[in-house]
Design a protein around this ligand. Structure first.
Ligand code: AMP
Length: 429
């Protein structure tokens, strides 16, 4: 089905055609007409499915014939968990609205307030903001919501994981009742549904988390002792000549240490985490995207909003908790219809997280053995119906080392070594 059949008008179609989009992705095909009809929506869609365009395009369609005229007013508000995601969404808005007269702004913390305040004075049609900075601006009376027509909560599960619930509730209280609400989340967990229940009346629920055939992410793991991980990573980088690889690690201290461990073996890498300034993170990200930097080490939170097409590979230097984070991480590869690879280095400390991840996937991840790296502390085979004792998400992951100790999980799992097919583009081959 072409975009024109979804109810989008010519200038918007021209702009997205310019971006190389010819066919809507499944989430776009489902969400765009419903959003255009004015309904509230909650959608389960992972990053990489084209979810941003699925809410941005109908918003543009709805706003395109008018402009914000009053100072400090916004007509659409998109709340995103991280600065990177806010910037990415704003970049997409600017691309998709290149043929329109609408204005947009990304607003996030960690940078000077003044330029953002100044931009708000003129009034912006679409504001993309992180929760903390948004509240701050509201308190300073730099933004008013009385003309707000549409609210989007993007990556809602992540916002809850990061402990933004209070900020979000405070913001909700300030918004006009008469508005359209859209919530996007990689997973519609219990907590996300609870949030939706309090903020979104009678939503249409849509989901495109599918496991159909098509483009695949090939997942494999190597079991290794924790103190041998950096040596194994160096070996894999050299042996397989890995280019453009995003390496996830749990803590910012770990990220910095890994950079120097690789350096000692003659491998150049850069890292981004919450301890680095926004300007440096942006520069490193731009260099990674352009290919100047091959290996980027990132904490999960810092990497959240990264959008890089056709990323060939992601590496999990340690396994994340909760398991949904693993899905988010590997969603960085195999995007926009291309093949990807997700490699995990798993030590016995990662065992509980491995159980949770493989249970979530519903199958075991293929294990590969690398000569010389067989672990002394063997990582047992997971059970596939594992339910973590502490379901509570670790909100401040970057501050602590959330690796969990292993425990006695004795049951044997049934083996299904197929890679996880994540196909954001639906059932078409
Ligand atoms: P998102 O899930 O919004 O992060 O989008 C993932 C990637 O898919 C981004 O690089 C988009 O530019 C790209 N994309 C979104 N919609 C389409 C489409 N209809 N056709 C081709 N690429 C798309």
């Amino acid at each position: 089905m072409p975009f024109s059949k979804l109810g989008l008008s010519d200038p918007i179609i021209t702009a997205i055609t310019h971006q190389g989009y010819t066919t809507p992705t499944p989430i776009q095909a489902k969400a765009i007409p419903i959003i255009l009809s004015g309904k509230n929506v909650i959608a389960a869609a992972q990053t990489g499915t084209g979810k941003t365009a699925s809410f941005v395009l109908p918003i543009l369609e709805k706003l395109k014939d008018n402009e914000t005229t009053r100072k400090k007013r916004v007509r659409a508000l998109i709340i995103a968990p991280t600065r990177e995601l806010a910037v990415q969404v704003d970049t997409n808005i600017k691309q998709y609205s290149s043929t329109l007269n609408l204005t947009s702004l990304a607003m996030y913390g960690g940078v000077d307030l003044k330029p953002q305040k100044q931009a708000l004075i003129e009034g912006v049609d679409i504001l993309v903001a992180t929760p903390g900075r948004l509240l701050d601006m509201y308190t300073q009376r730099a933004v008013h919501f009385d003309e707000l027509e549409i609210l989007v909560l993007d990556e809602a599960d992540r916002m809850l994981d990061m402990g933004f619930i209070e900020d979000i509730n405070k913001i909700m209280d300030k918004l006009p009742q008469n508005r359209q609400n859209l919530l996007f989340s990689a997973t519609l967990s219990h907590q996300v549904k609870a949030l939706a229940k309090t903020t979104i009346i009678k939503p249409v629920e849509i989901s495109v988390v599918n496991k159909a055939n098509g483009p695949q992410i090939e997942q494999w793991l190597v079991t290794v002792d924790k103190d041998k991980k950096s040596a194994l990573l160096s070996h894999l980088i050299n042996e397989y000549q890995w280019q453009q690889t995003l390496i996830f690690i749990e803590t910012k201290q770990g990220a910095a240490k890994l950079v120097s461990q690789l350096e000692k073996r003659g491998i150049n890498a850069e890292c981004i985490h919450s301890g680095r300034s926004q300007a440096i993170r942006e520069k490193i990200l731009a260099d990674f995207k352009s290919g100047k930097i091959n290996l980027l080490i990132a904490t999960g939170i810092a990497a959240r909003g990264i959008d890089i097409d056709n990323l060939p590979r992601v590496v999990n230097y340690d396994l994340p908790y909760p398991a949904d984070d693993y899905i988010h991480r590997i969603g960085r590869t195999g995007r926009a219809g291309s093949q990807g690879e997700a490699v995990s280095l798993v030590s016995k400390d990662d065992f509980k997280n491995l159980c949770a991840i493989e249970s979530k996937l519903g199958h075991l991840i293929t294990r590969k053995e690398i000569d010389g790296f067989a672990p002394k502390k063997v990582v047992p085979v997971s059970i596939l119906n594992y339910v973590p004792k502490h379901k509570k998400a670790t909100a401040k992951k970057e501050k602590t080392a959330p690796e969990q100790s292993s425990s006695s999980v004795k049951k044997k799992a049934k083996t299904n070594q197929a890679p996880l097919p994540i196909n954001p583009w639906g059932n078409k081959s």
